[in-house]
Design a protein around this ligand. Structure first.
Ligand SMILES: [Ca+2]
Ligand SMILES: [Ca+2]
Length: 380
């Protein structure tokens, strides 16, 4: 699914994430080394080598790229007094082949590569309006869409002929569309649209307490995580969890697409809408069966923010480097200014982006939310 920031520029980045084997000339020698090194692993503790991504280190490593005002906000948020793993499921660590290779796979998801992921807890569902309200009530946090437009919003509009409002706004999908294939023409900045008013003034979330919260920027999601004692999943963790322990699956639920299995767009996007699943926009969480790990709506409903900066050729670089261990994406580099989103939304169709496929990647500008991007958290 495209969103207002769905444009790509040439990026330069420094591959990050734990990797070894990259200095070996070929895979056979690397495997021999690994076998020989087993006693060393045992002596020093394999846990130290398979070290998961820790939030303080991640921020320390990449903070030079964070907008100062948001980082300040993050530091000021006090964690909730008690944290629990309630409504989370344990995802056991392991390895998998990340990416895709079928005809539908877009270039950025090609480059199948082996990834090891340590075990982690993951929210069973997308963060709901009720859960997000708890965070707001406890902290008084003001979301990006409720603040005056900033440079991040300008990034969102960079590829579109859009005059941005001076008042706070967020991006909504246009009901009246011009027949075009340009994704920028499908979206409009709506004054007063935010998580409490998903379609602008006059709309609200009464009766939608169990729907996923939307119009959440990446920074808003990070702030929630800070309060909840959690963090956003890395892109690798997200895909590993979505696959549900199955090496070869097209979708989180299996290999066949059916409207009884997820909230997505049936028909030909954006011109022909069948609405067979019965949900025009978001659906309450737990409306559809979970994947084998017990994760609900990990495919469809709303896109989910990941921790990583988006690098269009990150998979290719990872493949060249060898085995990846708990990768956390590239440094931002100089361009583009986008974060990874995964899992597709109610606007995704088989004829367009297939965002609900386990391997499909997408990206969006971190300073802005839209009506079809939410998030779920992990804890290590
Ligand atoms: Ca639907
Ligand atoms: Ca989802």
């Amino acid at each position: 699914m495209l969103n207002p920031s769905n444009f790509m520029r040439k990026s330069h980045f420094i591959p990050q994430g734990g990797r070894f084997f990259s200095f070996f000339p070929n895979r056979q020698k690397a495997i021999l080394f690994a076998i020989a090194a087993i006693p060393v692993f045992a002596a020093f503790g394999i846990g130290r080598i398979l070290r998961p991504v820790h939030m303080p280190e991640y921020l320390e490593q990449k903070k030079e790229w964070y907008e100062k005002e948001y980082l300040k906000d993050l530091e000021q948020i006090k964690p909730a007094k008690s944290h629990s793993n309630e409504n989370m499921v344990w995802i056991p660590g392991g390895s998998f082949l990340m990416g895709g290779k079928d005809a539908q796979t877009l270039p950025d998801a090609r480059g199948l590569h082996r990834v090891f992921v340590s075990g982690f807890w993951m929210d069973e569902t997308e963060v709901t309006n009720a859960q997000f309200k708890e965070f707001i009530d406890a902290t008084g946090y003001i979301t990006s869409a409720e603040r005056s437009p900033n440079e991040g919003n300008l990034i969102m509009a960079a590829n579109h002929d859009v005059i941005l409002p001076k008042e706070p706004f967020s991006w909504c999908f246009k009901e009246e569309k011009t027949p075009t294939k340009n994704s920028g023409d499908w979206w409009e900045p709506v004054r007063g649209a935010n998580w409490k008013h998903p379609f602008g003034p006059g709309s609200d979330i009464i009766g939608k307490e169990t729907h996923p919260v939307v119009h959440i920027s990446w920074y808003d999601a990070m702030a929630y995580c800070q309060w909840a004692g959690k963090r956003l999943p890395t892109e690798a963790e997200w895909e590993y969890a979505a696959r549900g322990g199955y090496a070869k699956r097209n979708y989180p639920w299996g290999n066949d697409l059916d409207f009884s299995l997820a909230n997505y767009w049936q028909g030909v996007f954006p011109d022909f809408f069948l609405n067979r699943d019965g949900f025009l926009k978001t659906s309450p969480v737990r409306s559809f069966a979970p994947n084998p790990y017990g994760l609900y709506e990990i495919g469809g409903n709303v896109w989910e923010w990941c921790l990583d900066w988006y690098g269009p050729d990150f998979y290719q670089q990872s493949k060249k480097s060898g085995v990846s261990i708990n990768p956390s994406g590239p440094h931002k580099g100089n361009q583009p200014l986008l974060k990874v989103i995964r899992g597709g939304s109610f606007l995704c169709s088989e004829s367009y982006c297939s965002g609900y496929k386990v391997s499909t990647r997408m990206k969006s500008a971190p300073c802005s939310g839209t009506e079809h991007i939410g998030f779920r958290c992990v804890r290590i």
